[in-house]
Structures are given as structure tokens and as C-alpha cells.
Write a protein that binds this ligand. Structure first.
Ligand SMILES: Cc1cc2nc3c(=O)[nH]c(=O)nc-3n(C[C@H](O)[C@H](O)[C@H](O)COP(=O)(O)OP(=O)(O)OC[C@H]3O[C@@H](n4cnc5c(N)ncnc54)[C@H](O)[C@@H]3O)c2cc1C
Length: 510
């Protein structure tokens, strides 16, 4: 975020409520120093622990385990009445390279964490933090070994779909455990982490909403203010506070200020994210002058088809067109890469984008509509026409542009066996068999990208480039370890698992 938009956000927001004067907050942020009105003195803390963890999702639970294992007393506060967060809603798949499971279940036996990092760096398009990305890819194989040690049984590894400019760096790296892979099955993972954290002695407080960090410029973060059962408590952290509260997913105000694609999703598309994902950890970091990293993208995919979420599944024979009737993206590139382009086309042209299919879909039996395509037409899920011109008319787009688009696609695959425009490499077949179908693209949002700037010890940085003493963050509360589109399934949980465990150790050893 630019400094201008950050100030605009701070000035226009209500985040200075509950004891924080907004003027003081902005002053504190701009100068990187000062203290909040809410700062307790040593005499009025209600409770204390070595490490105080905010959030009991995948990241917070991983942090609780590593902190407790390092010998710290650990207190975890969670707004929900149970552990898990968005991680429990997820499919639970995790990316890692060079693991024994990758060697066993894929043909990529020579893949390495270095290649994984190169792939992520390329997909981060120059704005990713190389230190963080390398630290994630190097560390996550050991993290998945730890998951195995606490009872997670990996049974499959598949790959995300390619990105045309990073083709040679792709490999199958997405680890699936027994009972995982489907939406909601991330609970297997968080149940195992929660059981381990309890075994190691971490204490949990549920239905407890963390409100603010306690901070002063001299000492950094010394604790938190949390609402437990409606009563505010001031909790001292002797060694460190870990923010593991997820991204700004459901926070309309922060999305509007920081992440246009997330705002567009929240206001016009579908959302599948947890009701508790209100971006509190990022807001609390901003309150004390923390810096942000790689804020801007989203985890978006096509819920109706699941197109390009899994390279082991057949991709739909289709092209994707914009409101001008033209192609604009590689249709078998990983889903969030496509949805970034879809978002841009929809906002640039102020009109929808469509997936165009033909009778090949039915004959191949690929996708959700092939078995009963007429029902999909009757239900209004697909629009059907017998000619390109009639389909263009039904969609309200230029027939000339659309016919040219389809003609070019058909010529390229016939003459060259290749997509010369956007680098598609599956389903290189002519789409000239009537009837033709159109499916309106709607983004299903799985979260926003970008969070507090951290280093490879998961310590949070301020706007002046200095670490904030005793403050750590991980998972989607942090940013920098990806770019402005989600590089593929399993990345988010890898970052939560890895930087959660690192944050826990760093805080315990501070
Ligand atoms: C349907 C779906 C499927 C997905 N599948 C995958 C997948 O298979 N693999 C993958 O890598 N990614 C997947 N993702 C993305 C991934 O699940 C999330 O990005 C990730 O779980 C975020 O983890 P986290 O630890 O940062 O946040 P969370 O797991 O959401 O944890 C944050 C916790 O903080 C709590 N909290 C929030 N505010 C407060 C507050 N003020 N006080 C106290 N507690 C608070 C929340 O209740 C929550 O428990 C999926 C997402 C969705 C929605």
C-alpha cells in the first residue's frame, strides 16, 4: 500500500476506538514511536504468560505447539467458540518440495526446496520477499514431517496448474492427508494441532476477542487487551505476542482501502471465508505502525467447475472471453492467476467474462454439466446457442469480435497444435461443434492476500524498517511470502504452518 492510501485509511477509519485516540494513532504510526492511551502499567495486568497467541486457526495452533515445546507458558485467545478458523474450513492441502511423500507419490523425485522457492519467486513477480520465500520453502518439508509425527498421514501428492511464464519450475507439491482434500477437511489438521498444543500444556480461551496490542516505543509490544466473556482483560506477554488472526478477508473497510480485488469479491462475488476473518491482526499492526507486505491479491477460483485447481484432473475444453468477446488469459493456468485477469477485465470493461464451451464438453464428459447439459441450460447456469453469432447475441457482445476470437483459436490449434496467444497447453482442440454454451465466471473467494511485514524469524517490522520488539505474526496475518495472485493450492497452509511454528519458537526464545 502506498503511504498516501495508508494515511487515508487510518484517517477515515474507526480503528482508533476503545481507548485509542485516532490522532495519536496516526502520529504513532507516522513517527514509528509513541504509546497508546490504553497502555497498562505493571500494576494493572490481569493475567500473564510467556507467549500470548492471538487466534487458534492453523497458524496460531502451530505457534502454540512450537512455543510450548520450547518451554514457554502459552496462552491462546480465540474469538470463535472452538479452534480451527478458516484452516478448519479448508481442504487442508499443503505445498512442500523434496519430501519423502513427493518422492513416493509423484514422478518429481529430484524436486527441491530451492526449485520450489524459484517457482514462488517467479510467481511473486518481483515483489515477493526472497528471504521469506526461501525460508518458507526450505523449512516446510520439516514442518510436514512434524505434522506426520503428530498423526497426520499423507496419502497423495498432486500439482497445481501451470503458469505460462514459470512452466519449467512447476512440480507436483500439494500434499493431501488421509481424510483431507475436500472443503471442511482442514479440521483433521487443526484437531491434530489442537490436541498436540493441549498435550504440551498450552492454555486456550475461546469466545475471547483480542481488541488491541499494548505497545510503547521503548519496549515494543508488552501484551494485549482482550474481551473475555464481555469483560476486558489486560494480558501481559513476558516474551512475545503472536498475531495469527488471518487476513482482511471479511473487513470491507480495510479491503476498500488496501485490496481492490478483495473489495470487488466482497461486494459483487461469492465468499467462502470464515465469519470471524475480520482482519483484526492487520488492523492492530497498523495501529502501532507496522508495515505491510504484498497486500492486494486474493485466493479466487471458479466454484462451479473447479477449473485449474488440480493438474491431475482434466481441464474443460473452453476459452474464456471478456465483455468485448476477446480472449485474455490462459484457461488452464492456475485458478488465481486466471481470476486476477478476470477481475481486471471485469473492472476495465465494466462487464462480465464468460467461459465458452461446445459439444466437446458433452462428448468428453468433462465438468459438472456434461452429464445433463440441458438441465444446466434450463436452470440458467449455461446459455446455449447453435451458432457463434447467436451466442454472441445472447451474451450481448460483439458478434464480429467473438467470431474472430473463435476462428483464431480454431486456426491456431489446427495449424500449430498450440495456443500462440496465451500459452494454454491442455485441451488444444477446435471448439467448433454446436451447440455452443457460455458460463458466467463468478469468483469464489477463499481469502485475501497480504499482511504484516515479517522477517524469517516471523518478527513484525515497522514502517521505518525496524523490527517491532516482541511482536510476531504468521499465516495470512503476514505477507511477503507470495505475490499478488495466489500461486496455487496448499501455499497458504504452508505459510501458516511454517511461520506459525517459527513465530512460536522465536517468541519463546526471545
Ligand atoms: C473453503 C476454503 C478452502 C481452502 N483450502 C485451502 C487448502 O486446502 N490449502 C491451503 O493452503 N489453503 C486453503 N485455503 C486458504 C486457507 O484456508 C487460509 O488462507 C488459511 O487457513 C488461513 O490460516 P490462518 O491461520 O492465517 O487463519 P485462520 O485459520 O482463519 O485463523 C485465524 C483465527 O483467528 C481468529 N480470530 C480472528 N479475529 C480474532 C480476534 N479479534 N480475536 C481472537 N481471535 C480472532 C479466527 O476465528 C480464526 O480462528 C482455503 C480457504 C477456504 C475458505
Amino acid at each position: 500500500m502506498s503511504e498516501i492510501s495508508r494515511k487515508t485509511f487510518l484517517k477515515s477509519s474507526v480503528i482508533g476506538a476503545a481507548g485509542l485516540a485516532l490522532g495519536a494513532l496516526v502520529g504513532c504510526s507516522e513517527a514509528g514511536k509513541g504509546s497508546t492511551d490504553a497502555t497498562p502499567t505493571a500494576a494493572n495486568w490481569d493475567r500473564e504468560a510467556d507467549v500470548v497467541i492471538c487466534g487458534a486457526g492453523g497458524t496460531g495452533l502451530a505457534a502454540a505447539c512450537s512455543s510450548a515445546e520450547a518451554g514457554a507458558s502459552v496462552l491462546v485467545f480465540e474469538k470463535d467458540s472452538k479452534p480451527g478458523g478458516t484452516t478448519a474450513l479448508s481442504g487442508g492441502v499443503i505445498q512442500a518440495a523434496g519430501t519423502r511423500w513427493q518422492k513416493e507419490f509423484t514422478s518429481f523425485s529430484d524436486d527441491t526446496p530451492d526449485r520450489h522457492a524459484e517457482c514462488y519467486l517467479k510467481q511473486a513477480e518481483g515483489i515477493g520477499d526472497e528471504e521469506l520465500i526461501r525460508s518458507l520453502c526450505t523449512g516446510v518439508p520439516e514442518d510436514v514431517e512434524w505434522l506426520s509425527a503428530i498423526g497426520i498421514n499423507f496419502v497423495k501428492v498432486y500439482g497445481n496448474c501451470h503458469v505460462p511464464y514459470a512452466e519449467e519450475l512447476h512440480a507436483d507439491r500439494i500434499h493431501v492427508y488421509e481424510g483431507g482434500g475436500g472443503i471442511g477437511q482442514g479440521g483433521v489438521l487443526t484437531d491434530a494441532e489442537y490436541a498436540e498444543a493441549q498435550r504440551l500444556g498450552a492454555t486456550f480461551e475461546f469466545s475471547s476477542e483480542v481488541l488491541h496490542l499494548v505497545y510503547d516505543a521503548e519496549n515494543g509490544v508488552s501484551g494485549i487487551i482482550v474481551s473475555v466473556g464481555g469483560a476486558e482483560q489486560r494480558v501481559k506477554a513476558n516474551k512475545g505476542v503472536i498475531l495469527a488472526l488471518g487476513g482482511i478477508d471479511r473487513n470491507l473497510e480495510l479491503a476498500k482501502a488496501l485490496n481492490q480485488q478483495q473489495y470487488w469479491d466482497l461486494t459483487t462475488q461469492q465468499s467462502m471465508i470464515s465469519e470471524f476473518a475480520s482482519g483484526d491482526g492487520i488492523r492492530m499492526g497498523l495501529e502501532i505502525g507496522a508495515a505491510l507486505a504484498t497486500v492486494g491479491g486474493t485466493i479466487d477460483f471458479d466454484l462451479a467447475t473447479g477449473q485449474a485447481t488440480d493438474n491431475s484432473l482434466p481441464q474443460l475444453p473452453c476459452v474464456t472471453i471478456n465483455a468485448s468477446g476477446k480472449r485474455f488469459v490462459c484457461e488452464d493456468a492456475t485458478y488465481a492467476y486466471q481470476y486476477r485477469a478476470i477481475f481486471q477485465q471485469m473492472t476495465q470493461l465494466d462487464g462480465p467474462t464468460w467461459m465458452i464451451l461446445d459439444q466437446n464438453m458433452v462428448e468428453q464428459g468433462v465438468g459438472p454439466w456434461a452429464a445433463d447439459v440441458d438441465a444446466a441450460v434450463t436452470d440458467g447456469i449455461l446459455i446455449k446457442a447453435d451458432t457463434y453469432e447467436a451466442l454472441a447475441e445472447a451474451l450481448g457482445i460483439s458478434a464480429t469480435n467473438f467470431v474472430n476470437t473463435m476462428t483464431l483459436w480454431n486456426e491456431n490449434v489446427e495449424k500449430h497444435g498450440a495456443d500462440l496467444e496465451f500459452g494454454r497447453n491442455t485441451q488444444l482442440i477446435k471448439l467448433d461443434k454446436p451447440p455452443f454454451y457460455a458460463h458466467l465466471n463468478v469468483s469464489a473467494n477463499l481469502g485475501s492476500l497480504g499482511g504484516l511485514k515479517i522477517d524469517s524469524n516471523a518478527q513484525v517490522y515497522d514502517l521505518t524498517g525496524k523490527p517491532i520488539p516482541h511482536l510476531y505474526a504468521g499465516g495470512m496475518n503476514s505477507g511477503g511470502w507470495y505475490g499478488l495472485y495466489y500461486p496455487g493450492s496448499g501455499t497458504s497452509l504452508s505459510g501458516g504452518l511454517h511461520f506459525g511454528r517459527v513465530a512460536g519458537r522465536s517468541a519463546a526464545n526471545a
